[in-house]
Design a protein around this ligand. Structure first.
Ligand code: HEM
Length: 427
């Protein structure tokens, strides 16, 4: 098994990783990459098992900074990562999650629905009469940014720079090709600026800010419930987490619908399928393709011995295409109505923002879907970002044949169907 090789970097893999994932699931479902020593887990049941297994730790900072050149000082970045919810384990994680997740409970998410709809409508309104749409820059980047600032109680004027800082961090996290030293420098710089920004916001909290998420964090700090670093790290963490993945889902979903015109027509004919369609976009082109854990004890998975300290790469993008679980997994089917996909992870670290992300994306597609039958991609064949960890087109511009952008939302009242992030924590 150790002699098996899989190319997870080349252009063919980046363009379409799914045939390689199928081969990995069938031939080497736990595969140790001889170059990095990381063990890739590709079958659904194994991925799910590890996500629920406390013998695998989420504190993977040491592995993250292993490949950073010595001359880059990452100490500030490490400080800002170490207290981030997604890096913590056990009771510390449980305590932090209660606070960090407080703005994203099912009831809270439902309360954001009409505000999110209004923001989406405003965005479409500002694009009205255009006959082309730059899906990333006009829609998929600005909407999640504005929504998360509003949910947290941060000023809307800051969305541009927060987006840019979040992007620098993401490029570093994604291990994209290129100069890793320069990329790390930029990520450190951006995270330090973001940390100063968050600290300034906490200090300058307006009296009217009471009741906002940021105000709750400030109160936790004042009461000694959270340290300053925990508050700063997690505010940055939530802002970052809310950006890239949601942006990718909007762009990936657009590609899915344009490449499957029959499914687009079905959705137009049956607007109630919208939430099922968004779940299918999450399964079919998962924005977070790979997440990782560190083994705390020796275990064996699919015949491979995992030693303490080994980095285990959980390939969500493969688990979500596993034909041991999903019928005809390589077909995009808006009627599938499948909630067992792992696109938001599972277990104790199940994405806290999943409900909010789904809400935003449903709201956007209610406006976009009626326009898509007359649209085609004019930015060339879809080029995916050159990283196996995240999946998103690098560019996506579409042109409309005979319609300009209008406000044309379809479907009736859907708020009752808003998916929640809560129900699946133990699922
Ligand atoms: C389509 C959009 C999104 C996707 C695909 C996604 C994906 C994920 C995944 C896979 C995890 C699990 C990470 C792990 O177990 O190591 C996660 C965790 C997390 N996500 Fe999301 N996410 C999305 C949107 C959001 C949004 C909008 C927010 C914030 C509002 C958010 C906040 C978080 C946080 C705070 C965690 C850490 C949870 C914990 O460690 O307990 N995410 N997300």
């Amino acid at each position: 098994m150790s002699s098996t090789q899989f190319d997870m970097r080349g252009p063919d893999f980046i363009h379409n990783p799914y045939p390689t994932y199928r081969e990995m699931r069938d031939r080497a479902p736990a595969w140790r990459d001889p170059h990095t020593g990381h063990v890739f887990i590709t079958r659904y049941d194994d991925v799910l098992g590890i996500l629920k297994d406390p013998r695998f730790s989420s504190n993977r900072i040491a592995d993250r900074i292993k490949r950073v050149p010595d001359d880059v000082d990452v100490s500030r970045l490490v400080d800002l990562l170490v207290d981030r919810l997604v890096m913590t384990d056990g009771s510390r994680h449980r305590d932090l999650r209660r606070e960090v997740g407080s703005a994203f409970t099912a009831a809270k998410v439902r309360s954001y629905a009409s505000g999110t709809d209004a923001m989406v409508r405003q965005t479409f309104d500002s694009l009205r009469e255009q006959d082309t749409l730059d899906v990333l820059n006009d829609l998929a980047l600005p909407v999640p940014s504005r929504v998360i600032l509003s949910v947290l109680g941060l000023p809307p004027r800051d969305h541009q720079r927060l987006r840019e800082w979040a992007e620098d961090f993401y490029l570093w996290l994604a291990h994209s090709p290129g100069d890793i030293g320069a990329r790390t420098h930029r990520a450190v710089d951006s995270m330090v600026q973001m940390s100063d920004y968050v600290d300034d916001e906490l200090r300058a909290l307006p009296s009217g800010g009471e009741g906002t998420y940021v105000a709750r964090m400030a109160a936790n700090l004042a009461a000694g419930e959270m340290t300053r670093n925990e508050v700063t790290a997690n505010l940055i963490g939530v802002i970052n987490a809310a950006h890239e993945t949601t942006t990718s889902l909007i762009a990936n979903g657009t590609v899915c619908l344009l490449e499957h015109p029959g499914e687009l027509q079905r959705l137009i004919a049956e607007p109630d399928l919208i939430t099922s369609a968004v779940e299918e976009m999450l399964r079919f082109e998962s924005p977070s393709q790979i997440i990782s854990r560190i083994a705390a004890e020796e275990t064996e998975i699919q015949g491979v011995t995992i030693r303490p300290g080994d980095m285990v790469a959980l390939v969500l993008g493969s688990a979500n295409r596993d034909d041991r679980v999903f019928v005809d997994p390589d077909s995009f089917d808006v009627r599938r109505n499948e909630r067992q996909h792992l696109a938001f992870g599972r277990g104790s670290h199940f994405c806290t923002g999943g409900g909010l992300a789904s809400l935003e994306v449903v709201s956007i597609f209610r406006q976009l879907v009626p326009l898509l039958p007359k649209a085609r991609i004019i930015s060339g064949p879809v080029q995916w970002r050159p990283t196996p960890a995240f999946r998103s087109p690098q560019q996506l511009v579409i042109e409309f044949d005979s319609v300009a952008i209008t406000i044309a939302e379809f479907g009736g009242d859907w708020y009752g169907q808003v998916p929640t992030a809560e129900g699946s924590i133990d699922g």
